[in-house]
Design a binder for this molecule. Structure first.
Ligand SMILES: *Cc1c(COP(=O)(O)O)cnc(C)c1O
Length: 421
């Protein structure tokens, strides 16, 4: 569910007409709904009610400071995967005890930064990383709380580029080796083993892979406890999918996911953490773009937009589908035409959709990509020296630019010319 609805034929973001924002900010831009962000966070929080838990928003999905502050105010923790994200979480006012550090290649500097500023736990991804963490923490006279990310060898049945829980993926340690690695961890100085971490992939539309993974985690918990480890926290990752096409069957609800967690690991008495990203931010954002040209091609018509793959890379990178809708609602029964919807970037991959059925559109019409809030703005670049797409946050009947479009001068002045040139 989201808060982008047509009212009298005009697309609104909460109580603001999207066309009003387009007129004020110019296209292309991302717009987020506060109400949707809050609703989705609360769905997860309520799904785990009754269990000692913390919902740690996976901020790589959408990491604007205003979004982080919105969620932090509800009590969200943050799942960070870099020093930059850690700095963002702290700048948004999230205390260290609510920040979890994930990611396959934490550097010494990043580890030191988190130990210095405070951290809930590190999710350790490999033995070499564990050794470095032990070294850095010991040298600082600190003790790093850790879970170890196990790779349960479960097929998440999602796009190959976002599956992370099979043995061929780079993530975590093989679950079969877990007992040996935990024993090693327990013997190292500067580390305190507190739990287990797992994250099998993103955009999962079925609960079965979660169930398979969590049952393996439950079994491992018992084994590690029998080995003498005080396993008291389970980080169960993120990954619950969202409906990218309104016409598709909706993926499982957070409440059912919560029940699954209760059923698979609830009896262990552990504190539960989850790290949802996409489900919190995905349907909370639109990418809004204007049609620059309608171009007649060989046997096809192209809609050339002012947004491109550098603003939203998901179609090019993951073959992702986004529903694309005009700001003015088409009349019921209006004729639909097939369009190839593309951006202006000099790459054939700069294609958002092929033969997409749309109402007839003309240059100057504005369209919105739905479900663009997660892995949208955060993956944007300035390829083709296109200014980084701005972001806008709506709350009720007001909106604010939360990241401004840079001017060409600002972009150019980031480069420096050596004095010998
Ligand atoms: C990306 C990621 C998440 C979030 O995944 P979503 O599919 O956005 O919910 C959670 N945990 C880890 C470790 C991740 O890498």
């Amino acid at each position: 569910m989201d808060h982008f609805l047509y009212r009298d034929g005009v697309l609104f973001a909460e109580d603001v007409a999207v066309s009003e924002i387009a007129a004020a900010v110019g296209t292309p831009f991302y717009v987020y709904s506060t109400a949707t962000l809050e609703r989705h966070f609360r769905l997860f929080d309520e799904a785990l009610a009754g269990m000692d838990h913390l919902v740690c928003y996976a901020m790589k999905a959408a990491s604007n400071q205003a979004i982080l502050k919105t969620l932090a105010a509800l009590g969200a923790g943050m799942d960070v995967v870099s020093g930059g994200e850690y700095a963002r979480a702290k700048a948004a006012g999230v205390p260290g005890e609510r920040i979890v550090f994930s990611g396959v290649g934490k550097t010494r500097d990043e580890i030191a930064m988190a130990l210095e500023g405070g951290i809930r736990q590190f999710n350790v991804e490999s033995e070499p990383e564990m050794l470095v963490l032990s070294e850095v923490a010991s040298a600082m006279g600190k003790v790093a709380p850790i879970t170890i990310r196990v790779n349960p060898d479960v097929d998440a049945k999602t796009h190959a580029k976002i599956a992370t829980g099979k043995s061929e993926n780079k993530f975590g340690i093989p679950i079969a080796k877990a007992r040996a690695v935990y024993a090693e961890a327990a013997a190292l100085p500067g580390l305190e083993v507190i739990g287990i971490d797992v994250h099998i992939g993103s955009q999962l539309t079925d609960l079965a892979p979660f169930e398979a993974a969590y049952l393996k985690v439950a079994e491992l918990t018992e084994q590690l406890r029998a080995d003498g480890h005080n396993i008291r926290r389970l980080d169960l990752g993120g990954g619950l999918g969202i409906p990218y096409a309104r016409s598709n069957e909706a993926p499982p609800l957070p409440t059912d996911y919560g029940k699954l967690i209760q059923r698979t690991v609830g009896h262990l008495g552990c504190e539960i953490e989850i790290e949802p990203g996409r489900l919190i931010a995905g349907n909370a954002g639109l990418l809004v773009s204007e049609v620059i040209y309608v171009k007649q091609g060989e046997g096809r018509e192209f809609l050339i937009l002012d947004a491109a793959m550098n603003d939203l890379v998901r179609p090019a990178m993951y073959d992702a589908w986004h529903d694309i809708v005009p700001l003015n609602e088409p009349e019921a029964g209006a004729e639909q035409l097939p369009y190839d919807i593309v951006g202006p970037v000099c790459e054939s991959g700069d294609t958002f959709a092929k033969a997409r059925m749309m109402p007839q559109l003309q240059a100057g019409d504005v369209v919105a990509f739905r479900s663009a809030g997660a892995y949208g703005a955060v993956m944007a670049s300035e390829y083709n020296t296109r200014p980084l797409v701005p972001e806008v946050l709506v709350k009720g009947d007001h909106f604010a630019v939360i990241r401004a479009r840079p001017s060409f001068d600002e972009m150019i002045s980031r480069d420096t010319i050596p004095e010998w040139l």
